[in-house]
Design a protein around this ligand. Sequence first.
Ligand SMILES: C[S@@+](CC[C@H](N)C(=O)[O-])C[C@H]1O[C@@H](n2cnc3c(N)ncnc32)[C@H](O)[C@@H]1O
Length: 276
Amino acid sequence: MNRPFQLEAETSLGPPSNIPTQSNGLVRDISKTSSHTKALLYEWSEHERSERAIPSYLREVYSWAYLNPCNARLLDCEAVVATLLWGNNSRLRRALLAEIGAGERVLQAAHVYGRLIPDVARVVGLAGHLDVIDVVPLQVALCRLKLRPFSNARARVGDATQPGDPIYDTVSCFFLLHEIPDELKRAVVDALLSRLAPGGKAVFIDYHKPHWSHPLKGITSLVFDSLEPFAKGLWQKEISQFASGSGEFVWNKETYFAGLFQKVVARRTAEPSSWK
Ligand SMILES: C[S@@+](CC[C@H](N)C(=O)[O-])C[C@H]1O[C@@H](n2cnc3c(N)ncnc32)[C@H](O)[C@@H]1O
C-alpha cells in the first residue's frame, strides 16, 4: 500500500503537516475535510494507536536504538551490524538465506538494520512472498523504504507475540529474542512456531553462550549487563526450551564464532494440536 505521507510524518507524534489543524494542534472539524485528508487522518490515528502499542521493555531499554528517528537512520547500515556482530554479519546472513527457498512464503519477525531484509526478498523471488512485521512504526517505515523495489514483499506494524493469521513456509527471527524479556520469549517463540505450515521451519539466529575461554566472553557479558538486559536468557536456556510444544518439531542447532552465536532451526513435523 502506498503511504500518503512521508517518513518524517510517520515518526513524529502528531498529524501529518498537510492535515489542517487549529493553533492548539487539534485537527479541525473532520466533516469539513476532503476525502484525501480523511484518509490521512485515518492513517495518522492508526499510526498513533500503534505508537501506543510499543512494549514497555522496548521503550525503557531500546528507545535510543529503535524509536529515535535520527539514531535509527544512522544505525540502519551494514557497517553498524558488522560492528555489533564482530564482523560475523555476512556469515550469519548467509546462514539465514541458506534456509530460505525461492517461491516460499516467509515471515520476518522484526526489521533488521542493514541489507538482510532486501536480501531475503531477493531470495524469496517473485514466486514467493515476504511479510515483515515490526512493533515500531518508524522501523516499519525504514523497512518499507528498503522494500520499495520488491513487489513480492510488504512490511506492517505487528508484534511478534501476535504475528497474525497467515501460515508460512519459513519464519525468520534474526537477533530478536535476545532483546525480549525472558517472560515474553516463550510468547514470541510459540507465536512464531504456530504460523508454520506442516514441513515449514522457523530459523532463530541469535546470541549463544560461548565457551568460558572465549576471548570475547568477558566484554560480551559486560555489554549485556549494561545495554542488553535480556540477552543472557539465551545463555541460560536453549531456544527449544522456550517452545511450549517443542515435541511437534525437529530441532537443529549450529553455533558460530566459537559459540558466541547460534542458528536454531525448528522444522514442524506434525500439525499443531489447535488445527485438529
Ligand atoms: C531484530 S531486533 C535486533 C536486530 C539487530 N540489532 C539489528 O537490527 O541489526 C530489532 C527490531 O526488533 C523490533 N522489535 C522488538 N520487539 C518486537 C516485538 N515484540 N515484535 C516485533 N518487533 C519487535 C524492534 O522494533 C527493532 O526494529
